[in-house]
Design a protein around this ligand. Sequence first.
Ligand code: 5GP
Ligand code: MN
Length: 315
Amino acid sequence: MFSKAKELIDKSNSIYIVGHIGPDGDSIGSAFSMCLALRKIGKNAHVLMQQCSDSFMFLPHIKEARKTVEEESYDLLVCVDSSNNDRLDISKEDYNKAKSILMIDHHKKVNPYGDVNCIVEDLPAASEIVYNLINYLDIKIDKDIGAYIYTGLMTDTGSFNYSSTRPSTLMATAKLVEIGVDFSYICDKLNHTLKEPKLKLIAKTIDNMEVYFNGKLRYSYVPYEDIVSLGVEEEDAEGMTNYLRMPEGTEVSVYIRGKSDGTKKVSMRSGGNVDVSEIAIHFGGGGHVRAAGYTITGDLETEKQKLIEIIGGKV
Ligand code: 5GP
Ligand code: MN
């Protein structure tokens, strides 16, 4: 599956790698591991990223990310962890400067774009596809590359808890541990460390919780003004949905946060009986069976009622 990708990489020198807007651990992990690996074989490679949560700042080389393409044109754009090209963290202008595009993704029902794509729907993380590609290219994985692959695998599998975790995911992880990736440090930084305002956001989210269908659906909305007044940075306001799904009997949880541009970001989690990616796709977003999302641009109350009705028909 990687021969066409290798051909593109072989003939390219200037390469940019981009993930999705509002990057999560897998987007960052797959982009930076790809970038560092390409540098090892002499490519002039850079990650494009507008903003990311402070919590990832401990990772090596992360501050080297660029916001824009500096050249008039470049050979290859590698797009990771984004099921459609609308969500890429790059301007249309910079996207169009690429001579070729390689897409690497693992979401459900993707809209393939670019010249070559490597799509594996049943892998839990784009970082696992990148891990396989790096091995196919015969590039030695060092500790920095490994730290990023580990970050992607660990975050997109919920620390290897989600049923999407494959034996191959654990075997890749074992290799990373073998080469000395400091997995315990990465876990501590990403799973057990947060800024105090975020702790208050968890409290606010739970305080605003609404319960429907005998507890099968738990919903919470936090307006943008409240996120600001708590002192939480916009890109750090994610990750609340998992808490809402914890009470016994919850099938689906929905966390909606207001954004600075007036839109609302919807994040859904499911215990597995309901495919939330279908619901997200219906509203113009995407994701996986157990984790999916989309953006609301219209009236919140109207959109909320539509969403609750759809979930009610499934739980
Ligand atoms: P989260 O709830 O953590 O923001 O996202 C869960 C999953 O849904 C991730 O795999 C993410 O990529 C996907 N997702 C979230 N929001 C959107 C969206 O607006 N569009 C698409 N296509 N996927 C999304
Ligand atoms: Mn992912």
